[in-house]
Design a protein around this ligand. Structure first.
Ligand SMILES: Cc1cc2nc3c(=O)[nH]c(=O)nc-3n(C[C@H](O)[C@H](O)[C@H](O)COP(=O)(O)O)c2cc1C
Ligand SMILES: CCCCC(=O)C(=O)O
Length: 386
């Protein structure tokens, strides 16, 4: 795939038509454009962060504190960014972060996102909170690489049912999210008394689950509120602890990744507990207001475990240059969060594709212009503290 062709295509569109592209190519300001299409509730849920927003801001500040140190005259005509992460082939070290309830952004929700993933070969990670089921996404997704993100419910029959359905429908790697055993303090939602999974949005991934349904006194359709409350009772799991990972190993036949690691100590524990990878992440600042920036945690975690664990990264990635910085600081691949959701909000599948193509094209240009022939050449010498 030649990512920079996307740039030429955009210029050519300007040459042959007098219409403006409907979605901006400025990934840094995409949020403003998407905001205009979302309801206040959806906007608050998607964009706002925990508490005062200090961690979300810190995520961005951390990117600004690193600058790319470009090198010249290095023969970067032929470039190859392809890589393989835990057995999954990627055209470049980019994946789509797990995001719940995507129908909040667009009626096609996860179906649009997985189709965009298939069109570009960029992996899609299916949230436990998805508004479409494993089965619907597997059918829509064709040959898109697909992983599954688990929120560990306290009801063991539902947990086992999720793991079984995910494996039966071809999700290859399990991502266990650690940082959301309780929902963080989110004033934008609290002020409106708004929580999507209590807002009767039909979160099909669990509403369709046979084990979940077996625990209901009335069918979902007869009493949707009771169904939502049933989920609200099994979702919080603050008792989750390291010793339970052995149980996942027994019931998941494939790689396991822990998402939400922010310290060297936890990265070492992940290694000791025999998982295959981690995602250095603070959940986009949505959980602990005041937590450190995800990018600030990355280099020391890579130094401690990077040679023995796959280290993925998210929280704050907005542009191709951000992607290059995180890879330079040692991430094996980055997860794109809110930006793809903005593309989804603006134009469904086409919008997600647009955002993925833009970030990949910009990444290709930034790395090439700074003297690299591929993502694998990015290293600490590629960046410098501002
Ligand atoms: C609206 C929304 C919903 C999310 N839902 C999930 C989820 O279901 N599971 C999960 O592990 N992370 C979820 N996340 C967190 C993302 O996977 C990712 O960690 C985060 O978006 C990265 O931060 P960024 O968007 O600022 O780059 C969600 C994020 C957003 C914005
Ligand atoms: C209950 C959490 C649902 C999705 C999520 O992870 C988020 O909103 O950040």
């Amino acid at each position: 795939m030649n990512f920079s062709d996307h740039q030429i295509g955009i210029y050519a569109q300007g040459m042959f038509t007098d219409t403006r592209p409907e979605i901006t190519t400025n990934l840094a300001t995409l949020e403003e454009q998407a905001a205009a299409t979302l309801t206040p509730e959806a906007l608050g849920y998607i964009v706002a962060s925990a508490g005062s927003g200090s961690t979300a801001r810190a995520n961005r500040d951390a990117f600004d504190a690193w600058r790319i140190a470009p090198r010249m005259l290095r023969s970067a005509a032929e470039r190859d960014h392809a890589t393989t992460i835990l057995g999954t082939a990627l055209p470049a070290p980019l994946m789509i972060a797990p995001v719940g309830i995507q129908t909040l952004a667009h009626p096609d929700g996860e179906l649009a996102t997985v189709r965009a993933a298939a069109a570009l070969g960029v992996p899609y990670i299916h949230s436990t909170q998805a508004s479409h089921s494993f089965e619907q996404v597997a059918e829509a997704g064709g040959d898109a690489p697909r992983w599954y993100q688990l929120y560990w419910p306290t009801d063991e029959s539902v947990l086992l049912s999720f793991l079984g359905r995910a494996q039966d429908t071809g999700f290859t790697t399990l991502v266990l999210t650690l940082d959301t055993t309780l929902l963080g303090w989110r004033p934008a939602d609290l002020d409106r008394g708004y929580l999507p999974f209590l807002a009767n949005l039909g979160i099909e991934n669990y509403l369709s689950d046979p084990a979940f349904r077996a625990g209901l006194e009335q069918p979902v359709d007869a009493n949707p509120i009771a169904a939502a409350m049933h989920w609200a009772q099994m979702f919080p799991n603050p008792g989750l602890n390291w010793s339970q990972l052995a149980f996942l190993r027994q019931h998941w036949d494939g790689p396991i990744v822990l998402k939400g690691i922010c310290t060297v100590g936890d990265a070492r524990s992940a290694l000791e507990h025999g998982v295959d990878g981690i995602v250095v992440s603070n959940h986009g600042g949505r959980q602990i207001d005041g937590a450190r920036a995800s990018l600030d945690a990355l280099p020391e975690i890579v130094d401690a475990v990077g040679d023995r664990l796959t280290v993925l990264f998210d929280s704050g990635v907005r542009t191709g240059a951000d992607m290059a910085k995180a890879l330079a600081l040692g991430a094996d691949a980055v997860l794109l969060g809110r930006p793809f959701l903005y593309g989804l909000a603006l134009a469904g599948q086409a919008g997600v594709e647009h955002v993925l193509r833009c970030i990949l094209a910009e990444f290709d240009l930034v790395t090439s212009l700074s003297g690299h022939t591929g993502a694998s050449e990015l290293g600490r010498e590629s960046v410098i503290r501002a």
